[in-house]
Design a protein around this ligand. Structure first.
Ligand SMILES: [Zn+2]
Length: 98
């Protein structure tokens, strides 16, 4: 059978069943190995205001937020991209795709 992707769109390997997770944006249920997880720094203060406050010596804490997205939402947010037929067989870490 021809394969569209080398890993069949998942990171499962020859493991059996995997727990299901929900997309943080749309709520879609998918296996954990298919989900796209990304950790981004989050600050409750807007960036331009934060810059001015830091000039005055205020320490603003940043939090790391881990989000789980389905493939549709990850493409929509630009975390992963749609790739050409041969390109999609290559393995690329998430940070290089953005
Ligand atoms: Zn989603």
């Amino acid at each position: 059978m021809p394969k569209k992707r080398k890993n069949r769109g998942r990171k499962k390997g020859d493991k059996g069943r995997e727990p299901l997770v929900h997309c943080d944006n749309c709520g879609r249920v998918m296996p954990r190995s298919k989900a796209v997880r990304i950790t981004v720094p989050y600050s409750p203060v807007p960036p331009d205001l934060a810059r001015e406050l830091e000039k005055q010596g205020v320490i603003i804490s940043r939090y790391l937020v881990t989000k789980t997205y389905c493939i549709n939402c990850a493409v929509f947010f630009g975390i992963i991209k749609v790739r050409a037929r041969e390109e999609r067989k290559k393995k690329i870490p998430l940070q290089q795709v953005v």
